[in-house]
Design a protein around this ligand. Structure first.
Ligand SMILES: O=P(O)(O)OC[C@H]1O[C@](O)(CO)[C@@H](O)[C@@H]1O
Length: 535
């Protein structure tokens, strides 16, 4: 595992804090699991959150149990692995499975259309992994209820198909015991976003066919280096992240185009945004974007020379080193890297809105797109210009889409089309393309997140960070809603309440926040992309 600084300004910023980290004995203290590293207020929480440091070793104890689980699934011919889990309870497994090229369906959405896709994937061979540390996350609880009902309706005993990963004593543990589900208990001293190498990352990945022993070996090889004062890649990367942010380079552009690891930036995004984005401080991760060459950027290349810093290493080692580096950066920024104090507000708003939905009246309508929120614009190009103009000199624009993230693959493609044509057709139907189109028009970072997934990741930074974001939310009509058994709401109602709840939390902090509602999803996305090109 190697961290190579390729740009002089970053080297200076990192060395400006490296001495302090050594003088304070940070590597020795982290190796000893000292919870006082993040200040008095964080000590109690940190004391219960440092188990990730030893996961390369302690998770080996899980291997026989996971091996039996894999045999159990294989014996029943369960080859279609669906993982229901939000944020840290699914992001790592997604990277592992993409990197090892084994299929895994991740459900971290409340979009009824996307959930229907997963239900249609062949229930007879499906194993559902329900992953929630708290055991109380509304999205994951809804997925469990929907799949239980679907299995029963198909004449399948859910007890033969459901695996639960949760913390001891969570409500989900008891529910799993009562229902007779397969149950794997995770370590309670590891927080969600630090849980890649715990049962949360390992169980779904192993069921999908990834070689999880290798991951632990890779992490195990780098672990001893993390106790060193010299040649410690976690300390070096932590000094880069923290030193750069303290010197004004707080937009972390993650570049991985040449990497053999697929999708690591999405996992880093949650780790960095939720760990550091609080108390008016933080680092904004920017995924899938080209750098603009502006002064507040830090470009980190994963296995790639396209950056100010190059980080090389196998996936298991990357997980551990980024966790370590984030914890070190937390100390430098003087924040508690283990809590997420601003996530609760949007959740409270969602609960209230589920009881009494209040979408309000659109400010204007442009074709299949209704626009909600405060704006002087009267058409979409005007609105997009207004939002871009509202981004402060040190700020960013976040596009947040509560839609089906697989919908673009339904786009009609000419028969016999080559890969390039197919990609063009998908991009023209993908709400995420809006990010790239808007990025062409500003030198400020433009980020993109799928809702409600981002609520468990960058959502913390949006609300708790420096408060310089501008927010463009997209929701869409639900034409084939999914009821949530045993709950007084459908997925469609939950999704809208989540969107409105977060919009309210952002607007309540004085940030420009507008919602676009697509009254027809397909033509709505096309109309929006055309408006972005026109603006
Ligand atoms: O595993 P749980 O408890 O369902 O939580 C899922 C995610 O929600 C958060 O707790 C808060 O958004 C994340 O930190 C976490 O990864």
């Amino acid at each position: 595992m190697e961290v190579t600084i390729r740009e002089e300004g970053v080297a200076i910023a990192a060395s400006s804090v490296a001495g302090r980290l050594l003088d304070d004995g940070v590597p020795q203290r982290l190796a000893a699991g000292d919870p006082a590293l993040w200040g008095e207020e964080a000590t109690a929480e940190a004391a219960a959150r440092l188990g990730w440091l030893t996961l390369p070793l302690t998770s080996r104890e899980l291997l026989p149990e996971i091996g039996k689980l894999v045999e159990w699934a294989r014996a029943q011919g369960l080859t279609n692995v669906v993982l229901a889990g939000m944020g840290g309870s699914s992001l790592a497994a997604e990277v592992v499975c993409d990197t090892y090229d084994v299929p895994l369906t991740v459900l971290d959405t409340t979009d009824a259309h996307q959930v229907r896709r997963a239900l249609a994937e062949g229930l007879d061979t499906t194993v559902l992994v329900v992953a929630s540390k708290s055991g109380a996350t509304v999205e994951t609880d809804s997925h469990l209820r929907i799949f239980e009902a679907a299995f029963r309706a198909a004449g399948i005993d859910p007890g033969d198909r459901i695996v639960v990963v949760t913390d001891p004593d969570s409500p989900l543990e008891q529910a799993a015991i009562d229902a007779g589900y397969q149950l794997v208990l995770a370590r309670p001293d590891v927080g969600g976003r630090y849980s890649a190498l715990s049962a949360f990352g390992l169980v779904p990945s192993a069921l999908a066919g990834a070689e999880i022993e290798k991951l632990l070996e890779q992490a195990g090889e780098v672990a001893p280096l993390l106790a060193l004062t010299d040649g410690n890649p976690g300390l070096e990367l932590g000094a880069v992240l923290g030193g750069a942010a303290l010197n004004g380079r707080d937009k972390l552009i993650l570049e991985d185009q040449l990497s053999e690891i697929n999708g690591l930036p999405d996992w880093i995004e949650q780790l960095v945004a939720e760990s550091l984005g609080k108390d008016g401080r933080g680092v904004l991760p920017v995924v899938g974007a080209d750098p603009n060459g502006v002064s507040d950027e830090l470009v980190v290349g994963i296995g790639s020379d396209n950056g100010d810093v190059r980080v090389d290493g196998r996936l298991g080692a990357q997980f551990l080193v980024w966790e370590y580096a984030t914890a070190v950066a937390g100390r430098l920024l003087e924040v508690n890297p283990f809590d997420q104090p601003d996530v609760a507000g949007a959740k409270r708003n969602t609960a209230e809105l589920l009881d009494a939905p209040a979408p309000g009246r659109p400010a204007f309508t442009d074709g299949p797109v209704e626009v909600y929120g405060e704006t002087r614009a009267r058409d979409l190009p005007g609105l997009l210009n207004e939002l871009l103009d509202a981004v402060p000199g040190d700020g960013y624009l976040a596009v947040l889409a509560y839609l089906d993230r697989l919908a673009a693959f339904d786009a009609p493609v000419r028969e016999g089309a080559d890969f390039e044509e197919m990609t063009d057709a998908w991009m023209a139907a993908d709400a995420a393309t809006l990010r790239a189109l808007l990025a062409l028009r500003t030198d400020r970072p433009v980020t993109f997140g799928w809702g409600p997934r981002y609520l468990h990741s960058t959502g913390q930074y949006h609300k708790g960070g420096p408060g310089n974001g501008v927010f463009l939310q997209i929701t869409g009509v639900v034409t084939d809603d999914v009821p949530v058994p045993g709950r007084p709401f459908t997925l469609g109602a939950l999704q809208l309440a989540q969107a409105l709840g977060d919009l309210g939390a952002l607007a309540g902090r004085g940030r420009p926040a507008v919602r676009l509602h697509l009254t027809d999803r397909v033509t709505g996305v096309a109309h929006l992309l055309a408006a972005a090109q026109e603006a």
